[in-house]
Design a protein around this ligand. Structure first.
Ligand code: SAM
Length: 272
């Protein structure tokens, strides 16, 4: 299955085999976002996962889903994604690690999530909401599938303001070549509140990723280059060096603003 676009037309996956291989070299096997397990644990700090039911929204190739399963010990974690190559990778990795009794993956076209109301204790997401332009509809869906009293703990790539995006960030997004629907923390928090979430918080991770990305670019140009070229070829690596260079500019300006997000669905009988 390929994902379908806004009007139902089939679209090619953006996270194809080459992207999965390249990002695996840079960020770790099965990871399609930066920071490794430590950053995932930071997103989840203080969230009660053990024995709970968790949704990993936009799970990608499953590296993070498996990390959560192994380290945080949920009763069940469901990885959800709209693209097929990442889901296939995630399923294969889960079978290889013998974790199929705890971890499963579901894919469907973007839009309404293929889950009943109120089935998850925790909704986790790492750097996937950026691909959903309609933040109001997105948070309404995540709220719907959470149990009363459930928690949303996520990371995403936000834009630092509500105005017209600068030429620099437009250049960066064009260099990525991915469909990004970036929005400000004000818009995220308003969309969360509109959906019914309480205690919404957005914490900037710009300062952290600004430094980490600089290191990624240096490694890509130096010690990691040969491994990356072996995985995806020289042209692919050079294109990404240009992308990372464009990204560093907007990280340094603060316009590209990765952030952690938290919110809760009120417990049954509790009025927000
Ligand atoms: C940057 S990757 C992050 C993947 C994973 N969370 C990680 O950090 O390794 C973004 C993921 O969002 C997925 N995605 C794109 N549109 C989506 C949508 N409408 N609903 C859910 N996931 C989506 C992509 O297929 C991709 O796997």
């Amino acid at each position: 299955m390929t994902a379908t676009g806004e009007h139902g037309a089939a679209v090619e996956p953006e996270y194809d085999e080459a992207a999965i291989r390249f990002l695996g070299v840079l960020w770790g096997e099965g990871y399609l976002s930066p920071g490794g397990p430590a950053e995932v644990d930071r997103v989840l700090a203080g969230v009660d996962i053990r024995g709970r039911t968790v949704l990993d929204f936009g799970c990608g190739a499953g590296g993070i889903t498996l990390h959560i399963a192994k380290t945080h010990r949920p009763a069940e974690i469901v990885g959800y994604d709209v693209e097929q190559p990442v889901i296939e990778r995630a399923r294969a990795a889960t079978a290889a690690e013998g974790l199929s009794s705890v971890v499963r993956f579901v894919s469907s076209p973007p839009g309404r999530l293929p889950f009943e109301d109120g089935v998850f204790d925790v909704v986790f997401s790492k750097d996937a909401m950026i691909h959903v332009p309609d933040k109001e509809a997105l948070f309404a869906e995540l709220f719907r599938v959470l149990k009363p009293g459930g928690v949303l703990a996520a990371s995403d790539w936000l834009i630092g303001h509500d105005g017209e995006p600068s030429a620099d960030i437009k250049d960066y997004i064009a260099a990525e070549g991915l469909h990004f629907g970036m929005a400000s923390s004000r818009r995220y928090l308003a969309a969360m509140a509109q959906a019914g979430f309480v205690d919404g918080v957005a914490e900037s991770r710009n300062a952290w990723y600004r430094d980490v990305a600089r290191g990624e670019l240096e490694r890509l140009k130096g010690p990691l280059r040969a491994q990356a070229v072996a995985a995806v070829g020289e042209a692919y690596v050079d294109k990404n060096i240009r992308t990372w260079t464009a990204m560093q500019k907007v990280l340094d300006s603060g316009e590209h603003c990765p952030a952690h997000l938290r919110g809760s669905k009120p417990a049954a009988g509790v009025r927000p």
